[in-house]
Design a protein around this ligand. Structure first.
Ligand SMILES: O=C(O)CCC(=O)C(=O)O
Length: 273
């Protein structure tokens, strides 16, 4: 029987509502832009330690792009930012990491959930090149910071060198990339997810928006566009449209999440991180 969960559905153009949804229904609402984010009451907070303290995850190390953020293993975002002589070794490392850790990551509660309830598989390049499946994220407080994760968006085809980035054709099917993350530990100030109804159309545009933010602390194109501020709590699964610009407010104490991205491709969800 399909599991259904208590859900909060958030959209840019109407008030938030409560519903009962399966994870698959929530993912389709996001994919088809009927909602920007859905929070599902999915894990009993007493069980979160078991989801987090799983030996399948390598240790959490500093995120290359976001000070104040850490993640287990390798992530697609920093790999997409590599150029010139750094790109090929970075891709080799990224796919080798997937090859050595995915068998163990497949046994985690998180990946089992996505396989069972979304029928998700890994995104692949060729027959064997599996993208890594899932990571732990840990956000540390930074004095005076505004966001633990600054405004950005995520798209599987947004490599900085599009002609050498291995994902190009076939992932622009009119559907959007989603992020699925489980809130494991909240910061004391309850840092929230902020979303803007604005989609960077290309990697150069995203880079421009992010450097404007780094330079000036603001992004002019986000001012005045519809915005959502969403407060999840530990045990909730956050499903959101990552093509829309989004950020996580600065945490004042450590915040932990477990998460992955998914894209709809060839009639199925493909997971990657
Ligand atoms: O809170 C998190 O783990 C990350 C939020 C985010 O930026 C994402 O899921 O794309």
């Amino acid at each position: 029987m399909t599991a259904v969960y208590q859900a909060e559905v958030h959209a840019f153009d109407r008030p938030s509502r409560h519903a009962r949804l399966s994870l698959a229904e929530a993912a389709l609402l996001i994919r088809d832009r009927h909602a920007a984010a859905v929070l599902l009451d999915l894990v009993d907070p007493a069980e979160l330690e078991g989801w987090w303290n799983d030996k399948a995850f390598p240790e959490v190390t500093q995120h290359q792009s976001f000070p104040g953020a850490g993640k287990s293993g390798l992530a697609i975002g920093p790999t997409q930012r590599l150029v010139n002589e750094q790109l090929v070794p970075g891709l080799i490392d990224y796919f080798s990491y997937g090859a050595s850790c995915n068998a163990a990551l497949r046994q985690t509660n998180f990946v089992k959930l996505c396989e069972r309830e979304l029928n998700a598989r890994s995104v692949r390049v060729g027959e064997w090149g599996e993208f890594p499946l899932v990571s732990k994220r840990e956000y540390q407080p930074i004095e005076g910071g505004v966001y633990s994760v600054p405004p950005h968006c995520d798209a599987i085809h947004f490599g900085r060198e599009p002609e050498r980035w291995p994902i190009a054709e076939g992932y622009e099917e009119g559907f959007d990339q989603i992020s699925i993350f489980l809130s494991v530990r909240d910061s004391e100030n309850g840092a929230r997810l902020v979303m803007w109804e604005y989609r960077a159309g290309s990697r150069p545009e995203l880079d421009e928006l992010m450097s404007e933010y780094a330079r000036s602390g603001r992004i002019e194109r986000l001012e005045g566009v519809p915005k959502l501020v969403i407060k999840g709590h530990p045990g909730q699964l956050n499903v959101l449209n990552t093509r829309a610009m989004h950020a996580v407010e600065q945490c004042k104490t450590v915040r932990q999440t477990l998460g992955s991205f998914a894209v709809w491709h060839d009639g199925q969800w493909g997971m990657f991180h």
